[in-house]
Design a protein around this ligand. Structure first.
Ligand code: AMP
Ligand code: MG
Length: 493
């Protein structure tokens, strides 16, 4: 048994540069806590490439030292473990939450000068655990690792995964599972829910949080006389861009509660998320989302709803007169649909190699999507097939509706006024060949959890690391499972 210490004796040499800026916020924002003891920590996976980008050298660590580090048994010097307080609207209802199974070690300064949160998920109970055990099972932590790293490779803003270790402790769910801890790296873990919490604590803590978030994520606004309004506008803008990116790759977050909306604009919380295969706007994978609140087609609307909750928290900072505060906030929120649509349209034009703007672009794209829905086409593979410079010979493309659209598209490409090859290379750089196909993810998780066989995981991660490359050996990762319609995901708590 190893006892958590903050000596960092074994791991200082790897290059940690901790600061503890969040801990300087008022005490109501966090609660100090140590990671629980782990009987027998072992490394499941380390992200050496990410470590390198962060200025960390994990290669010098023995497997035992790495396991002790990422199980929170040998805390890095300079770290100051805390659990963060926050609240959130979950499926529309408000709850006080907080890190019930996560511990923030502090912020690490990267070689590029950026501050990033280093957080353990599954490291034991905290003041905010409510009825939970503070633990996590290996499968869901590896799932977050896989999908977050896939998102990063797709160029979509996201939290990252630095390591997963098993703790040697059992975790009791529907069955007994291996306990595990994920080390998550994020621009920060400040969420809309953090603001909902702060607003209920009073204007002074709210303002301190807002100033902190602005300094950290929107430093250009610090001196702006309208900084809180501009902050709202910037967060709205980043979230509009983010949801558009999700839509463009068929990513369904699955649990867009306000505590899962990061102020930094990163995708956060990879519980029940999954990628859509067959194009159907009504797609929902999450087993608890019975009403389809977080279905693919609702993601932008829900984001706007979440941003409205965010705006409400900021009202006291926007204007001393409540009516005026509401009016300026509404103006920002009302711009969301157009902003989102612009990001989505620009992204769709790239997906189709369109380098000019035409009045009927929206209708033109909708016609393709309608055909895809009607013919139950695979979202990812259709765009990737279109990106190939060769004619589409597959039977599914011989349909007359598709052919009509295709001719229209070819004429549209001619109007780019550039060689078609330019359009095709653009398309190949934005339309992934490889996404985390649900059955491949499950296959990798099952082998790791049941048999401690990590070979499927490593192969899958290698394919996902280069999603725009079309290599023969990646062919196995391209097709959806034929029975994907029944696929269900779980929150992974
Ligand atoms: P999530 O679904 O991961 O966004 O979690 C929602 C809330 O439940 C957060 O406050 C989590 O910290 C908390 N939570 C989830 N799982 C556990 C657990 N096993 N023990 C304690 N708290 C948990
Ligand atoms: Mg969450």
């Amino acid at each position: 048994m190893v006892t958590p210490t903050a000596s960092g004796a074994g791991t200082d040499k790897i290059g940690w540069r901790f600061e503890n800026t969040y801990s300087r916020l008022p005490d109501v924002f966090f609660s100090p806590v140590n990671p629980a003891e782990s009987r027998d920590p072992r490394v499941s996976i380390l992200n050496n490439r990410l470590a390198k980008d962060l200025g960390l050298d994990l290669t010098s660590l023995s497997p035992k030292a790495a396991a002790a580090l990422f199980a929170g048994q040998d805390l890095p010097a300079g770290s100051l473990p805390i659990a963060q307080a926050y609240a959130g609207h979950q499926f529309g209802g408000f709850t006080m939450l907080g890190d019930g199974r996560a511990i923030l070690l502090g912020e690490h300064r990267t070689p590029g000068g950026q501050l990033v949160d280093i957080q353990f998920k599954g490291s034991g109970r905290t003041q905010f655990s409510r009825g939970g055990d503070g633990r996590a099972a290996l499968g869901p932590m590896l799932r977050e690792y896989i999908v977050s790293e896939a998102m990063a490779a797709l160029g979509i803003p996201t939290t990252r995964s630095l390591a997963v270790v098993t703790t040697g402790e059992p975790v009791y769910r529907e069955s007994i599972r291996r306990g595990a801890i994920l080390t998550r790296v994020a621009a920060s873990h400040i969420r809309v829910g953090t603001f909902e919490y702060a607003a209920r604590r009073g204007v002074s803590p709210l303002q301190e949080l807002a100033d902190y978030a602005i300094a950290r994520h929107y430093p250009g606004l610090s001196e702006n006389p309208q900084k809180y309004l501009e902050f709202l506008r910037e967060v709205t803008n980043r979230q509009a861009a983010l949801v558009a990116r999700w839509q463009l790759v068929g990513f369904i977050h699955g649990v867009m509660n306000t505590d899962n909306v990061a102020i930094s604009g990163e995708t956060i919380d990879y519980g029940p998320c999954a990628f859509m295969n067959t194009y159907d706007p009504a797609t929902v994978f999450s087993s608890i989302d019975r009403s389809g609140r977080y279905a693919y087609r609702n993601q932008a609307n829900i984001m706007q709803w979440n941003l409205a909750r965010f705006a409400e928290t900021l009202l006291p900072l926007l204007d001393l007169e409540p009516d005026k505060a509401v009016a300026v906030a509404m103006e920002v929120l009302d711009a969301f649909p157009d902003l989102y649509e612009q990001y989505w349209l620009d992204g769709m034009r790239q997906k189709l190699g369109l380098q000019t703007v035409e009045a009927d672009d929206f209708e033109f794209i909708a016609a393709l999507l309608e055909w895809m829905q009607k013919s139950r086409a695979d979202f990812t593979n259709t765009f990737r097939d279109l990106s190939a410079e060769e004619p589409l010979t597959d039977d599914r493309y011989q349909d007359t509706d598709f052919q009509a659209w295709y001719s229209r598209w070819q004429e549209r490409l001619d109007r780019n006024g550039q060689p078609k090859s330019t359009a095709y290379s653009l398309m190949q750089s934005v339309n992934p060949a490889v996404i985390p196909r649900n059955h491949r993810v499950e296959e990798a998780l099952l082998a790791a959890e049941e048999d401690e066989n990590f070979s499927y995981l490593h192969k899958l991660l290698a394919a996902l690391a280069q999603p725009f490359e079309e290599k023969a050996e990646m062919a196995d990762y391209r097709d959806p499972s034929p029975d994907d319609g029944t696929y269900r995901t779980f929150c992974g708590t």
